[in-house]
Design a protein around this ligand. Structure first.
Ligand code: MN
Length: 234
């Protein structure tokens, strides 16, 4: 039986990501079970803004669930399964098509931390291209093999871009994954603006990013309280 406060966080995470413009009808967020790390929680294929606790299903690290009961599943649940399988430190995962990052998936411009709020980007942003591993596809991560290849691209970082598609963002908690998904989108918007003003953009140094990352805590309390109040009134 999952911890109710984690399920509450997961549902709030769904609502926050919609309110903050990271997901629309598409995109999803999951939380790994702290008591049973070989399993994670994810809703069936509902639009995130409409998610309720009764929509949450338990999945294994191959992306299977015994709980579907005829309900449609997210075709890209393998993203979550593969990241959890490859990264024991990851407790929350967001997959989205957040719009400002899309140009960075198709142009030869690296997404880099433009401000301290996105210092986690300094740990590396991989670029995954389904074309490299499977040729022409519908670009969806629809099986565990594609998920594994994506997880390999994520490596030890927190963000990987999917060419012509979106991104995957990981955190040490579901709250941190939400924080990072929001600030990955914000960073992309600001970086694009800065690059229009000048080509010699000064990004955070690795040392600055490391100090900021040491300062940030996985519970991201202050923004989480604000976003949860805004999305759910709690
Ligand atoms: Mn997708």
């Amino acid at each position: 039986m999952p911890d109710q406060s984690l399920i509450d966080d997961l549902i709030t995470a769904n609502h926050i990501l919609f309110r903050q413009g990271v997901v629309d009808a598409y995109g999803h967020v999951s939380a790994r079970s702290p008591d049973d790390p070989e399993h994670f929680f994810l809703t069936w294929a509902v639009a995130p803004a409409l998610a309720r606790a009764s929509d949450v299903l338990t999945f294994d690290l191959e992306g299977n669930t015994p709980d579907a009961a005829g309900r449609e599943l997210y075709s890209e649940r393998y993203i979550h399964a593969a990241v959890y399988k490859n990264r024991p430190d990851v407790m929350g995962v967001v997959h989205s098509h957040s719009p400002a990052i899309i140009p960075f998936t198709v142009c030869d411009v690296e997404l880099q931390p433009i401000w301290h709020m996105s210092a986690f980007l300094a740990d590396g942003v991989g670029l995954f291209d389904t074309q490299d591993v499977a040729g022409d596809t519908d670009l969806l991560i629809k099986n565990i093999e594609l998920g594994e290849a994506l997880a390999k691209t994520l490596g030890t970082g927190w963000v990987a871009l999917l060419r012509g598609h979106g991104n995957v963002v990981a955190g040490r908690s579901v709250r941190e994954a939400v924080y990072r998904a929001i600030y990955t989108e914000a960073n992309a918007q600001l970086q694009e603006k800065a690059l229009r003003m000048g080509t010699r953009v000064k990004y955070l140094t690795p040392g600055e990013a490391a100090l900021m990352n040491a300062y940030m805590k996985p519970d991201v309390r202050r923004p989480w309280e604000l976003w949860a109040h805004d999305a759910d009134g709690r």
